[in-house]
Design a protein around this ligand. Structure first.
Ligand SMILES: CC(C)(COP(=O)(O)OP(=O)(O)OC[C@H]1O[C@@H](n2cnc3c(N)ncnc32)[C@H](O)[C@@H]1OP(=O)(O)O)[C@@H](O)C(=O)NCCC(=O)NCCS
Length: 185
């Protein structure tokens, strides 16, 4: 049986394949894509991350889907759900996240994938809520959170414990989404 996957108008969200590793490493080595992360990833680190993603699917039944653009079949990055377990007031929680190769930016692919991913989280997985977080200064990612109807309470902003104390990337925003938000949208 084919492993589970999700489909949107323009995207296949599917499990990872060996041929994704090279374009995934290119994306993780792009300093513009990685602007709001402490640093870019080496090929070995990128491959190890892809392994952790597949492991997460096996353990939880959900994860960061490999994004394939239906028109042309190219690998574009990931969109999916992930267990956030680091120490914070809102954890443990399930987060929605995304990372898309630069040449695909600006077509609304991340929000399109994310809408389907959060619907799957509520419908199939029965999650009561989904969070998303990023550095305060990551406007692009915050736009995706806003486009999919997430809400931001500044009172829940936090310093990410895994980011160095003096880094401009440490202050984070927290956005939330519940099934009721989707019904209203
Ligand atoms: C955040 C990200 C996934 C958005 O993906 P996308 O498919 O381009 O999403 P959208 O097309 O809806 O664009 C979202 C915002 O990105 C910005 N953006 C879009 N195209 C852009 C481009 N070519 N150059 C710079 N910024 C751009 C805009 O602010 C846009 O908001 P707008 O539509 O209101 O103008 C993508 O920018 C990315 O992978 N960034 C790096 C990884 C990252 O930061 N992930 C989140 C970590 S928490």
């Amino acid at each position: 049986m084919e492993p589970m996957h999700l489909r949107t108008d323009r995207l296949h969200l599917r499990r990872w394949r060996p041929e994704d590793l090279e374009p995934f490493a290119d994306l993780n080595a792009d300093p513009v894509v990685m602007e709001f992360f402490p640093r870019t990833l080496s090929r070995a680190e990128s491959d190890a991350f892809a392994d952790r993603i597949e492991q997460h699917f096996e353990e939880h039944g959900f994860g960061l889907w490999a994004v394939e653009v239906v028109d042309g079949g190219e690998f574009a990055g990931y969109v999916g759900l992930w267990s956030a377990t680091f120490d914070a007031s809102f954890t443990p929680a399930v987060e929605v996240g995304w990372r898309i190769a630069r040449r695909f930016w600006g077509r609304g692919l991340a929000p399109e994938g994310a809408r389907t991913v959060v619907a799957d989280g509520f419908d199939r997985l029965g999650l009561p809520g989904i969070v998303s977080f990023t550095s305060v200064i990551n406007t692009r990612s915050r736009r995706v959170m806003e486009k999919i109807g997430m809400s931001h309470d500044p009172g829940e902003d936090f310093d990410h414990p895994a980011v160095a104390a003096n880094s401009p990337l440490r202050p984070h925003v927290l956005y939330r989404l519940t099934p009721a938000d989707l019904d209203r949208g």
